[in-house]
Design a protein around this ligand. Structure first.
Ligand SMILES: *Cc1c(COP(=O)(O)O)cnc(C)c1O
Length: 373
């Protein structure tokens, strides 16, 4: 039978996609450990991975024990992650009703945007910063108003105020300590931004490494504040995917309705709860990374072609100077020494590398390698 000529022919799958999807940046894969290992011809244990702010010490032994003896892997997880939220509420002095757990803080950024943003709505982004805010804004057909940070990576509070007045964005994303430079937002700056008529999302993925307290309990007081935290960095559970957020009480109700019911796996919740049973271990690892950060900073200062920035997180951003190309430095470290550091394609950061804090021997090998370049 001839197809009816009145029906338009289906010529490709892309014609079914939402229009804004066609404008998304192409997918750039993040290479798993095994692939890196094969590419650089080294055993996984001979690769020094300082490119994703992972915690080289791993979680406390209680986590492996708990994962090895899961009682109910065949049963769906608790959609309300009650055991973990109970522990987090107590630890953080936040009512359990304000807390929601996600498949990483990344999931919560996307969930929040799906609940808050109409197509065409705006968010304020303060680059250089964590790129997931822009990524999720694009996925959610939102627009981004950019208020670049001032020299020294401080937030341009006046710029944010102007952007809020002019563009009426729904949300401002702030990161403290900021990724990639490790600077903190001051209390005065945060308070100024909280006074604006906008939802303020404070991402505290690295707060444990700073000398300041988390502002998570502030959600009790500010109806326009969301605070995001994660088990990926200081609790060393990046592979298990557990993040959490504190949200205004009246808003969280709707996030629950939109959330995938089983977003946190049984393994993820059990692992996070087990990690919290050994705070002395978590604190000891954090202290080790903080003191290693300070040593790494001093050693990076000795490298003639690097200018490191002081950091409150478990990574250090360094400007590559002396006519050297930052991408070439990154490639040489990977190829010749099996040391992975982060480099950025984006123009404003193309002259920088970011190095995660590892174990003392990782610092020593990195510095030796840098001196040989
Ligand atoms: C790593 C990171 C996260 C993501 O954490 P997950 O819980 O692993 O999704 C969130 N925000 C910032 C700034 C990060 O660097």
């Amino acid at each position: 039978m001839e197809p009816s000529t009145s029906e338009p022919a289906i010529t490709s799958g892309t014609q079914f996609l939402r229009k804004h999807m066609l404008k998304l940046a192409p997918y750039t894969p993040i290479e798993p450990f095994e692939v890196l290992s094969a590419r650089y011809g080294r055993k996984p244990e001979d690769i020094i991975k300082l490119d994703a702010n992972e915690n080289p010490y791993g979680p406390p032994p209680e986590v492996r024990q708990a994962l090895g003896s899961l009682s109910f892997p065949h049963i769906y997880p608790d959609p309300e992650t009650r055991a973990l939220r109970r522990a987090l509420a107590e630890m953080n002095n936040v009512p359990i009703e304000n807390l929601l757990v996600g498949c990483g803080a990344d999931e919560l950024i996307d969930l929040l945007m799906r609940c808050v943003l109409e197509p065409g709505d705006l968010i304020v982004d303060c680059p250089p910063t964590f790129t997931m805010y822009c990524f999720d804004a694009d996925v959610n057909d939102a627009r981004v108003v950019t208020v670049p940070r001032l020299p020294g990576f401080r937030i341009d509070v006046e710029g944010v105020r102007r952007a809020v007045q002019e563009h009426k964005p729904k949300a401002v994303f702030l990161t403290s300590p900021n990724n990639p430079d490790g600077s903190m937002i001051s209390e005065a700056d945060l308070l100024s931004i909280l006074a604006l008529p906008v939802l303020v999302v404070l991402d505290e993925a690295y707060i444990e490494f700073s000398s300041e307290q988390s502002r998570i309990a502030w959600v009790n007081k500010y109806p326009n504040l969301v605070v995001l935290r994660t088990f990926s960095k200081s609790a060393a559970l990046a592979g298990l995917r557990v993040g959490y957020g504190a949200f205004p009480r009246d808003m969280i109700e709707y996030l629950w309705r939109a959330k995938q019911p089983y977003n946190v796996s049984v393994a993820a919740e059990v692992a996070a709860c087990a990690a919290l049973t050994n705070m002395p271990y978590l604190n000891q690892v954090r202290d080790a990374l903080v003191s290693e950060r300070d040593r790494l900073f001093a050693r990076l200062q000795e490298v003639p072609f690097l200018e490191p920035y002081p950091s409150h997180a478990n990574f250090i951003l360094a400007k590559v100077t002396g006519g050297r190309d930052a991408k070439a430095v990154k490639d040489a470290l990977a190829q010749q020494h099996g040391i992975m550091v982060r480099h950025y394609a984006k123009k404003e950061l193309s002259g920088y590398i970011r190095v995660s804090v590892g174990r003392p021997e990782h610092t020593d090998k990195l510095i030796d390698a840098l001196k040989q370049l």
